[in-house]
Design a protein around this ligand. Structure first.
Ligand SMILES: Nc1ncnc2c1ncn2[C@@H]1O[C@H](COP(=O)(O)OP(=O)(O)OP(=O)(O)O)[C@@H](O)[C@H]1O
Length: 585
C-alpha cells in the first residue's frame, strides 16, 4: 500500500506528523490509510523503535499483517494485535513481578473459560440476565445491575483463589503497572514511536487510559492516530466509546489531536450506500467513488423463507452469484448467532459438498498467542502455496521466537524461521481426525528439534491445555472432528465466509447474505431488556455494519418459523421492515 495509491486526503493523514483522529464512513479507506501510515512511519524509525497497530479483533490484526506483507518483506518494524495482547505481551508478562497478586504466578484465561466460570455461577445464583465483567481504573466492576452483585462477587473470588486473569483483569493490572511504575510506561513510549488504533469507536475507557499513560510518559514522544466511525460502534454494550477530539485529548494528557476526515466510499455501489444510509445515525451523505460505483446491485429483503428451507435458499443464492463468475471467497454469509451459522454451513456441506466454505469460527483451533501449539498448528494446517509463503514465514518467525524463549541456548543457533517452515512442510499424514493429525505433526516436529513435547516439563502443560480446549470447542460447535473442519479456520482459505455479525467489521465482499435478521437476535434480547442500552441504536448500527460490508449485492433475510425458548414467534427486525417497505423485492 504505497502512498501513491492514496487520494490527497488520505495522503495528508499519512504525512501528518502529529496526533490525529480520523472519522470517516465505511469504505472510505481508513484501514488502507492506517496501513500506509504504518509503512510510511516504519521507514523513518530509529534502531529498536517500533509502531504498534491496535485492532479490535485478531482477524483484523491478521488482515493488516497481510496488507503490510504485500508491501514489505521485513515487517519487524511493527507490532500488531488487540489491546489485550499488547497488554499481555508488553506489560503483564514482563512486569507482573511488580504486582503483589501476580508475583507468585497467575494463569491467563480466554473468553471461553471466563464464560464457563460465569455461567456456572449464574446457574448457581439462578440469575439469567447478562453479566458484564468489565472493570474500571480501580479494578471494580463498572456495571453492576440489580441482582448481579452476588454473581460478580463470586466470580471475582473464584478468579482470585485460582489466580486466574481474565481479559478485563489483563487491562486492569496493565493499567496498574503503568500507573505505579512510570519506568514501564517510559520504556514503552521509547519503543513505540506511533500507536495506531483502528476502529477506535470500540475502545473502552480503561483501554484509553492505558494508551494515555504511554503517551504521557515521555511527553507525547509516542504519537497517536485514531481511526474509526461512530456509526459502526457496535461494541458499546461492552463499553466501547467513540470519544470526541476533546475527550481524547484529555485522555492523553491534554496534547493536541487534529481531527481529520475522509470522503467517499471506494467499496460499494451507490445503490447499496443509499439503502444503508437509512441506518446511519450520524454524519453526512456518502458518495460512491470506486470503479463499481454505478454498477447495478441486487438488494433484497426476504421474510418469507422458512427456517427449514433456509440452507437450500442460501445455497441457491450462493450458486447464482458464483455462476456470474464471482469467486466463492467474495461471498459472505453473516448472522447474529454462531449456532445458526454452523447449522446452515453444515447443511450446505451435506447438500453440496463441493462448495468451499470458510467458517473461521467453525474451526476448533483455539487461538492462544502464547501457546506454541497454536502457532505450530496453523503452520501444519495451512497449505504451503506460493501466496501463503510470506504469511507462513511470519508465523514461523513467531513460533521460532517462542521456542527460543522457552528453550534458551539450545534452539537459537540451529534453526530459523525458514528451516522451521521446511521441517513443517515435509510433514505428511493421512490422518483425517483433526486433533490426531495435529498430534502426529507435533511429534514429528518435536523429533526434528529434539524435544518430546508430551514429557517435556516446559511444554507438557501447554500441550494438554491446547488439546483440551480444541476438544471442548469441537464438542460445543458440534462440527465433528475432521481435519477439514480444523483447516476451515484460515481467513484466506478461499471459500464462502461464514461470519458472525460482531466479527464482520472491517471486512468486504462482493455479495453479503445476512440471515437471522430478527428482533430478539438483532438486537439481542439482552440489549432489548437492558435499561441502559438503546436497542434501536444497537439495531441500526448492526444493520449499518452488515450492509456496508457489501461491494455489489446485499441479501437480507428474516427467516420465518423461529421461536423463543418459550415458543413465542420471532418477527423481522423492525428497522429492516421500515427501510424495505417502500420497495417490493
Ligand atoms: N484511494 C483509494 N483508491 C482506490 N481504492 C481505495 C482507496 N482507498 C480505499 N480504497 C479501497 O476501498 C476499500 C475500502 O477501504 P478500507 O477497507 O480501507 O475502508 P475503511 O474505511 O477501513 O472501511 P470500514 O470502515 O468499512 O472498515 C478497499 O478495497 C480499499 O482498497
Amino acid at each position: 500500500m504505497l502512498i501513491e495509491f492514496l487520494n490527497s486526503e488520505q495522503r495528508e493523514i499519512v504525512e501528518y506528523e502529529n496526533n490525529s483522529l480520523v472519522i470517516a464512513c465505511p469504505g472510505s479507506g481508513k484501514t488502507r490509510t492506517l496501513v500506509a501510515k504504518l509503512i510510511y512511519e516504519g521507514a523513518k524509525l530509529k534502531k529498536n523503535e517500533k509502531i504498534a497497530a491496535i485492532t479490535y479483533t485478531n482477524l483484523a490484526a491478521d488482515e493488516i499483517g497481510l496488507r503490510v506483507n504485500e508491501n514489505c518483506f521485513d515487517d519487524s518494524f511493527y507490532w500488531g494485535g488487540t489491546i489485550h495482547s499488547l497488554c499481555t505481551n508488553w506489560i503483564l508478562k514482563p512486569f507482573s513481578l511488580f504486582i503483589d497478586e501476580l508475583r507468585f504466578g497467575y494463569k491467563l484465561i480466554d473468553e471461553d473459560d471466563a464464560m464457563e466460570i460465569l455461567d456456572e455461577i449464574k446457574q448457581k445464583h439462578n440469575f439469567r440476565e447478562n453479566v458484564n465483567t468489565r472493570r474500571g481504573a480501580d479494578g471494580n466492576f463498572v456495571e453492576i445491575t440489580t441482582g448481579s452483585e452476588g454473581v460478580l462477587k463470586e466470580y471475582d473470588n473464584r478468579l482470585k483463589e485460582a489466580k486466574l486473569i481474565d481479559f478485563d483483569l489483563v487491562l486492569f493490572y496493565s493499567f496498574k503497572i503503568l500507573l505505579e511504575r512510570k519506568s514501564v510506561a517510559r520504556n514503552l513510549s521509547q519503543i513505540f514511536k506511533w500507536i495506531l488504533v483502528d476502529e477506535y469507536q470500540d475502545t473502552q475507557e480503561l483501554q484509553y487510559l492505558i494508551i494515555g499513560e504511554i503517551i504521557k510518559a515521555r511527553n507525547n514522544h509516542t504519537k497517536i492516530l485514531f481511526v474509526g466511525d461512530p456509526n459502526q460502534g457496535i461494541y458499546n454494550t461492552l463499553g466501547g466509546v467513540a470519544k470526541t477530539k476533546h475527550e481524547l485529548e484529555s485522555s492523553i494528557g491534554g496534547y493536541n489531536i487534529e481531527e481529520k476526515s475522509l470522503n467517499g466510499n471506494y467499496r460499494t455501489t451507490q445503490e447499496i450506500i443509499d439503502k444503508y444510509r437509512d441506518f446511519q445515525l450520524f454524519g453526512e451523505n456518502i458518495i460512491a467513488r470506486g470503479s463499481n460505483k454505478n454498477n447495478p446491485s441486487e438488494i433484497s429483503f426476504r421474510s418469507d423463507i422458512s427456517v427449514e428451507s433456509l440452507p437450500e435458499h442460501i445455497l441457491k443464492v450462493i450458486m447464482e452469484i458464483h455462476n456470474k463468475r464471482v469467486p466463492y471467497s467474495e461471498i459472505a454469509v453473516i448472522a447474529p448467532r454462531w449456532f445458526d451459522l454452523i447449522n446452515v454451513a453444515r447443511r450446505i456441506k451435506q447438500i453440496e459438498p463441493d462448495v468451499p466454505l470458510n467458517a473461521m469460527g467453525l474451526s476448533p483451533l483455539c487461538r492462544d498467542d502464547n501457546n506454541i501449539f497454536f502457532h505450530l498448528s496453523r503452520l501444519l494446517l495451512s497449505s504451503p502455496s506460493p501466496d501463503q509463503i510470506l504469511v507462513r514465514l511470519k508465523w514461523a518467525q513467531i513460533l521460532f521466537d517462542l521456542l527460543v524463549e522457552r528453550l534458551p541456548n539450545s534452539f537459537e543457533s540451529s534453526f530459523n524461521n525458514k528451516s522451521i517452515l521446511k521441517v513443517i512442510n515435509s510433514f505428511k499424514s493421512n490422518n483425517q481426525v483433526g486433533i490426531e493429525f495435529l498430534k502426529e505433526g507435533f511429534n514429528f516436529f518435536g523429533s526434528k528439534i529434539g524435544v518430546d513435547f508430551s514429557t517435556s516439563l516446559v511444554f507438557k502443560d501447554s500441550l494438554e491445555e491446547f488439546e483440551r480446549k480444541c476438544l471442548k470447542k469441537q464438542a460445543r460447535n458440534g462440527t465433528g472432528d475432521s481435519i477439514s473442519v480444523y483447516k476451515s479456520g484460515f481467513a484466506k482459505a478461499g471459500g464462502v465466509s461464514f461470519i458472525s455479525t460482531y466479527k464482520c467489521k472491517g471486512l468486504e465482499y462482493h455479495s453479503v447474505i445476512a440471515f437471522g435478521m430478527l428482533w430478539g437476535y438483532l438486537p439481542h434480547w439482552n440489549e432489548i431488556f437492558s435499561s441502559n442500552i438503546d436497542e434501536n441504536e444497537v439495531s441500526k448500527k448492526l444493520l449499518y455494519v452488515i450492509s456496508s460490508r457489501a461491494k455489489n449485492n446485499l441479501y437480507m433475510i428474516a427467516e420465518s418459523g423461529r421461536r423463543t425458548t418459550r415458543g413465542t414467534p420471532l418477527f423481522p427486525n423492525r428497522h429492516l421492515v421500515e427501510v424495505f417497505s417502500e420497495r417490493s423485492v
